[in-house]
Design a protein around this ligand. Structure first.
Ligand SMILES: C[S@@+](CC[C@H](N)C(=O)[O-])C[C@H]1O[C@@H](n2cnc3c(N)ncnc32)[C@H](O)[C@@H]1O
Length: 194
């Protein structure tokens, strides 16, 4: 098993953690959608020892996530579930928090819509969903670099950057409680289930 490495995770993990400490303060079981390399998962699990971090992704990414978990020796992180939105059912675990980073713009619009619906349907009342990545505001790009990035994404067949307004329209049952500007033109959206 080999650990993959993403440099952006090293850059953004501390600013994201600073927010997760606030918004996951009362959470006990958090599902991460699209764990990628597994770097975020071990960092957040180590720094948030009051909760259990459940990783997930498509099977191709599991070897790296498992390698990061194995090396971490942490006992509050769970081996990856196979979970691709649009293909797999919601995992059969009880969670009161959901985290996802840099997945919404990778997914096709229908998958991003389904993610909002599934999170709303499966979080208990007052459950928290923290969603990190580039987002459009008022239907507009927040920077020229995000506009260029969106074109690159679409050229590669990815869904592209979603606007906060369409995420709100899709997330029936979720209330958007915070839109936190993050470094390099990203946002952390904090949703609460009602
Ligand atoms: C750009 S990577 C981000 C990975 C990691 N969260 C990070 O911040 O580095 C996008 C991730 O989304 C996952 N992904 C793409 N489509 C997905 C879907 N429909 N359901 C769940 N995960 C998906 C990919 O497998 C990949 O791990």
């Amino acid at each position: 098993m080999s650990k993959d490495f993403a440099s952006h995770c090293e850059r953004n993990k501390q600013p994201i953690l600073d927010q997760l400490k606030v918004y996951f303060a009362s959470s006990r079981h958090v599902l991460e959608i699209g764990s990628g390399t597994g770097q975020h998962a071990v960092f957040f699990a180590e720094k948030l020892p009051h909760l259990v971090w459940h990783t997930s992704d498509r099977i191709e990414n599991h070897a790296s996530v498992k390698a990061w978990i194995s090396e971490s020796k942490l006992d509050n992180i769970v081996l990856p579930l196979e979970f691709t939105i649009g293909r797999d059912p919601w995992p059969a675990i009880q969670v009161d928090g959901v985290f996802t980073a840099n997945t919404t713009h990778i997914m096709q619009p229908a998958e991003a819509k389904l993610m909002m619906e599934l999170v709303a349907a499966n979080l208990p009342r007052d459950g928290v969903f923290c969603q990190y990545g580039p987002m459009n505001m008022d239907g507009k790009y927040t920077s020229k670099s995000n506009q260029d990035f969106d074109q690159t994404l679409k050229n590669k067949g990815y869904g592209g950057i979603r606007s906060v307004e369409e995420l709100v329209s899709w997330g029936q049952g979720l209330q958007l409680v915070e839109k936190i500007p993050m470094p390099t033109n990203n946002f952390l959206l904090v949703w609460k289930a009602f």
